[in-house]
Design a protein around this ligand. Structure first.
Ligand SMILES: NC(=O)c1ccc[n+]([C@@H]2O[C@H](COP(=O)([O-])OP(=O)(O)OC[C@H]3O[C@@H](n4cnc5c(N)ncnc54)[C@H](OP(=O)(O)O)[C@@H]3O)[C@@H](O)[C@H]2O)c1
Length: 242
């Protein structure tokens, strides 16, 4: 039976690109969505037409809801027959300094960006005897800017979870992280926005999706790699020029 990847937030943007990429390599894909049910259905239809011998299915869940999140892994295994790779990609990315961050806003940023990946990791480990996990964190974890205080703290903690899970769940599970930098502009911004920001980073250009897809491939194929982070950020983690 073909291997199955479960990707959270896979109806659009980075998650969708990974779903398309892994499909082209023969994987069965379980596509998670929250609000983007139409996009998820369209993606599944396209993938089924392109790869008729592979299995594709959608799974809706609000990752702020514990019971919906807890059930996801069992539902994926029941529908797809097996689970080999969990990609914690879904995210909320909202601005707010420490002064501006209310407890409920904090909980939302931590809920989707840390608590849900924790619950899914736990369920994967409880329901399967081996597997791989890739957690999407952010190059922002390397600095202390607070414009996205709760988001940044949640992504810092997700990197810590990556290492802790790699330690506890090895050798049967490998757990690694990808830290993107300037990849895709936020929904309300265009490519020019990223190009302007890129003058401050060593590679002086946004990376797009390619470095992320190559890093996913590297993590999957390197079977001695665990507890590691790959920065797909053109060197942004080294610091920004002023
Ligand atoms: N884009 C970048 O340049 C960049 C830079 C650094 C790090 N990253 C990281 O890379 C990953 C992918 O980035 P992206 O820009 O593609 O992500 P995104 O578009 O911001 O979010 C991906 C998906 O997360 C899902 N999501 C949000 N809230 C949810 C909830 N309550 N329950 C379930 N799903 C929820 C949404 O699914 P629905 O649409 O179905 O609601 C959304 O489509 C993220 O983890 C992000 O932090 C990205």
């Amino acid at each position: 039976m073909k291997k199955t990847a479960f990707i959270t937030g896979a109806a659009q943007r980075v998650g969708k690109a990974i779903a398309e990429h892994l499909s082209s390599q023969g994987w069965n894909i379980a596509i998670h969505y929250n609000r983007s049910s139409t996009d998820a259905d369209i993606l599944v239809k396209i993938l089924r037409e392109k790869y008729p011998l592979q299995k594709f299915a959608t799974f809706g869940a609000n990752l702020m809801n514990d019971s919906q999140t807890e059930n996801l892994i069992r539902l994926v295994i029941a529908e797809m027959g097996r689970l080999d790779l969990l990609i914690n990609n879904a995210s909320v990315f909202d601005p707010g300094t420490i002064r501006e961050t209310s407890p409920s806003f904090f909980d939302e940023q931590f809920g989707v960006n840390l608590r849900a990946p924790f619950i899914l990791t736990r369920q994967f480990a409880l329901n399967c005897d081996k597997g791989m996990i890739i957690n999407f964190t952010d190059t922002r974890i390397t600095n202390n800017t607070s414009g996205f205080a709760a988001y940044s703290l949640a992504k810092k903690a997700l990197w810590e979870l990556t290492k802790m899970a790699a330690f506890e769940l090895g050798p049967t599970f490998r757990v690694n992280a990808i830290a993107p930098g300037l990849t895709l502009p936020p929904a309300d911004k265009n490519d020019e926005y990223l190009r302007k920001l890129a003058v401050q980073i060593p590679m002086k250009r946004p990376g797009g999706l390619d470095p992320i897809l190559k890093s996913v491939d590297y993590i999957i194929t390197n079977d001695y790699l665990t507890g590691q982070i790959l920065f797909c950020d053109g060197g942004e983690n080294l610091g920004k020029r002023v």
